[in-house]
Design a protein around this ligand. Structure first.
Ligand code: SAH
Length: 227
C-alpha cells in the first residue's frame, strides 16, 4: 500500500471510531462496511482530502454525498440481516449503495441524473461491488418490477413519503426517508406491519438535496448557488 493509501485507511478507521462508534452506531455489520468501503474513491478527485471528514461532500451537478454518520445511521435503521434486496433512491456517487451492498444480497439503486448514474455504475463496477444495479429513472415512483422490498432508503428530501414506495414495501419492511421542506427535514422510519398497516418514527433532523419527480418535488427551490 502506498503512504497515501495508508493515510486514507487510517483516516477511515478514525472516522469509524469517532464519528460512528463514538455516537450511536452499534450495528457491527454496518461498522465493518463503513470501515471497508473506500469513501475517497466516491468523492470528486479534488475533494479527496475531505472524504473522511465529519460532513457531507459536494458532488457534480449540485448533489451531495451524505455525512458518514448519516449513511451509517440510515443503514442501521434498515435493520439488515444479509439476505435482503434493498431499494435505494438517489444513487449520487454510489457510496451509500456500496455500503449497502456489503449488508445485503442485492441493491437496486435509482438515479435521475444520467451522468451521475453512469459514473456511479462505472465506479461500483471497477471497485467490484457486483451486487449493485444502478438504474437511471425517477425513483420517486420506486421500482415495481422487483417489489416488494424488505428495505427501502431514500437519500433525497421528500415533501412526504412517496405513496409508491409505501406500496412497494413488504410486510414487516422498513422505509427510511427524509421528509420536510427543501431547507430541512426529519429523518423518518416507516414500518409496515404484518397486516400491511404503516407506523412512523421520527429519528433526527437532517438536510438532504430535494427528491425531484412525480412523487417528489416538481421544482428545485434552492438558491442557484446551492444547486
Ligand atoms: N446516496 C448518495 C447521495 C445522494 S444525493 C451517495 O451516497 O452519494 C441525492 C441524489 O438523489 C442525487 O444524486 C439526485 O440526483 C438524486 N435524485 C433526486 N431525485 C431523484 C429521483 N426522483 N429519482 C432518483 N434519484 C433522484
Amino acid at each position: 500500500m502506498s503512504t497515501g493509501e495508508e493515510k486514507l485507511k487510517h483516516a477511515r478507521e478514525r472516522m469509524v471510531k469517532t464519528q460512528l462508534r463514538g455516537r450511536d452506531i452499534i450495528d457491527s455489520r454496518v461498522l465493518t462496511a463503513m470501515g471497508s468501503v473506500p469513501r475517497h474513491r466516491f468523492v470528486p478527485d479534488d475533494l479527496r482530502r475531505q472524504a473522511y471528514a465529519d460532513g457531507p461532500v459536494r458532488l457534480e451537478k449540485g448533489q451531495t454525498i451524505s455525512q458518514p454518520y448519516i449513511v451509517a445511521l440510515m443503514a442501521q435503521l434498515l435493520e439488515l440481516e444479509g439476505e435482503e434486496t434493498v431499494l435505494e433512491i438517489g444513487t449520487g456517487s454510489g457510496y451509500q449503495a456500496a455500503v449497502l451492498s456489503m449488508l445485503v444480497a442485492k441493491v437496486y439503486s435509482l438515479e435521475r441524473i444520467p451522468e451521475l448514474a453512469r459514473l456511479a455504475a462505472e465506479k461500483l463496477r471497477v471497485l467490484g461491488y457486483e451486487n449493485v444495479e444502478v438504474l437511471e429513472r425517477d425513483g420517486s415512483s420506486g421500482l415495481p418490477e422487483h417489489a416488494p422490498y424488505p428495505a427501502i432508503v431514500v437519500t433525497a428530501a421528500a415533501p412526504k413519503p412517496p405513496e409508491p414506495l409505501k406500496e412497494q414495501l413488504a410486510p414487516e419492511g422498513r422505509l427510511v426517508v427524509p421528509v420536510g421542506s427543501q431547507e430541512g427535514q426529519m429523518l423518518e422510519r416507516w414500518r409496515k406491519g404484518k397486516g400491511g398497516a404503516l407506523s412512523q418514527e421520527r429519528i433526527a433532523p437532517v438536510a438532504f438535496v430535494p427528491l425531484m419527480g412525480e412523487h417528489g418535488w416538481k421544482t428545485d427551490h434552492r438558491p442557484f448557488w446551492a444547486r
